[in-house]
Write a protein that binds this ligand. Structure first.
Ligand code: UDX
Length: 430
């Protein structure tokens, strides 16, 4: 099938390279000339396992082309994906400026029947908005249909998630348009949910809000565990083994961050409010998440007798492992507080360091994880990269002023940490 993907961020680029690998003729479009030049050389603008190889393969095999022209891509394609960014605006709703601009550009270049697919995360009613924009250019209804096809990929496992999705959601007012997408995805052999536009848009918000709620729930339980001496990992295992609950997304920690959960939960609250419903449950989910990091920082502060004059070593800066993304990362909340209270920070992250360096010129970076300890008053595990799991804890503690280990992701075994000479603190157990 001839496909265009507008926007080469996480969602757009991964969708583009996967569809090319499945044998479709794909044009990926971006307005950023530098990105386009790099992509043409096979260099992706994001760090994501597998993307670079697939990009290079697609370009080499000729199934993938990179362009800066929406006009060229629309003319050449039967299906046009809109996969541009929808960052949160001041009031919590996603900013749809880029989606609107792309819709106008597509509309100007439709000359034959085209299915326009919205893959960006957008509030309910956005499909109708795109439809109106296309119509406003005088394009006849018989020449296009709008489909909502939300994306559920996770950063760090984006290719696998796209190739083996739990489900594919297709929302449209017209059967003909939905069928086109069913055909496009048929080779993936995944369950498909074909529904109307609004339901598809709500599934995306609903799914991410539910997952964030699950994490906030276990984090709230971790607070109770700390108070009564229970162990949240065992409590989570006990609750999660009920198949109605499921054991995924029950890892207590510093809370959720990233490019999706914060934006989508906030977006769900706002969308509901606009429709006349106060989704108080989700406001609490956000509050619990914010409190979780602050509470951990308070525990650190209490043990250290304040951050002033203390040197704190952070292990991991990315919002989660296997990504260089630091959007809404808990490391940022930690650094802000420690620096504000007069402490200093040294950090190590295998991939995300460069992104933090840009915005925090006043912190130090260690060459390797074992260089973090020298002169530090505490080490904090912020992001549970695999390479941190099997560390020689005794070596890690070398040169520390105080051997304090704050494990924000429940990775280490307390007895082992104590044998290595650490005083050990973690989430959800005393
Ligand atoms: C999420 C959704 O999982 C994905 O379906 C959607 O398309 C985009 O948003 P992503 O943001 O890439 O994906 O990361 P995810 O793996 O879901 O983790 C989100 C956050 O939750 C991270 O900060 C992670 O550290 C945290 N988390 C996750 C926990 O604290 N505990 C858990 O048990 C799981």
């Amino acid at each position: 099938m001839k496909v265009a993907v507008i926007g080469t961020g996480y969602v757009g680029l991964v969708t583009g390279v996967v569809l090319a690998q499945l044998g479709n003729d794909v044009i990926c479009v971006d307005k950023d000339a530098e990105k386009v030049a790099k992509l043409r050389q096979g260099i992706p603008p994001i760090y994501e396992p597998g993307v670079e190889e697939m990009l290079k393969q697609g370009l080499k095999d000729g199934f993938l082309r990179i362009s800066d022209s929406i006009a060229e891509a629309t003319e050449a394609s039967e299906v046009v994906f809109i996969a541009v960014g929808t960052p949160p605006s001041e009031n919590g709703t996603p900013d749809l400026t880029a989606v609107r601009a792309v819709a106008h550009e597509i509309a100007k270049n439709i000359s034959k029947y085209t299915v326009i697919v919205n893959k960006s995360t957008v509030p309910v009613g956005s499909g109708d908005m795109v439809e109106e924009i296309i119509r406003s250019h005088g394009v006849d209804d018989s020449l296009f249909n709008v489909v909502s096809n939300p994306e559920f990929l996770r950063e760090g496992s984006a290719i696998q998630d796209t190739l083996h999705p739990d489900r594919i959601v297709i929302g449209s007012k017209k059967r003909e348009a939905a069928v086109k997408l069913v055909e496009l995805y048929a080779t993936l052999q995944a369950p498909m949910i074909v529904t109307d536009l609004n339901s598809a848009e709500l599934i995306k918000y609903g799914a991410n809000s539910f997952l964030a709620m699950k994490i906030s729930f276990i984090n709230a339980l971790s607070r109770v565990c700390e108070l009564c001496g229970a162990n949240v990992a065992d409590v989570a295992a006990g609750i999660g083994s009920d198949s109605r609950v499921g054991n995924q997304f029950l890892n207590a920690g510093l809370g959720w961050g990233g490019s999706c959960f914060p934006k989508d939960v906030q977006g769900m609250v706002k969308v509901s409010e606009d429709l006349g419903y106060d989704f108080g449950l989700l406001r609490e989910v956000i509050q619990i998440n914010d409190d979780q990091t602050v509470h951990f920082l308070n525990r650190m502060e209490k043990r250290l007798g304040g951050f002033s004059g203390k040197r704190i070593a952070l292990m991991g800066l990315a919002f989660k492992p296997n990504t260089d993304d630091i959007r809404d990362a808990k490391s940022l909340v930690m650094m802000d507080r420690i620096l504000l209270d007069g402490g200093s920070v040294i950090a190590y992250d295998p991939i995300a360091e460069a992104n933090v360096r840009e915005i925090y010129p006043n912190i130090d970076f260690a060459e390797s994880v074992y260089d973090l300890g020298a002169g530090a008053d505490a080490i904090v595990l912020v992001t549970e990269w695999n390479e941190f799991r099997q560390l020689d804890l005794e070596r890690l503690s070398q040169g520390m002023k105080q051997k304090l280990l704050f494990d924000g992701r429940r990775v280490y075994d307390r007895a082992k940490a104590e044998r290595a000479g650490f005083e050990y603190f973690t989430v959800g157990s005393h």
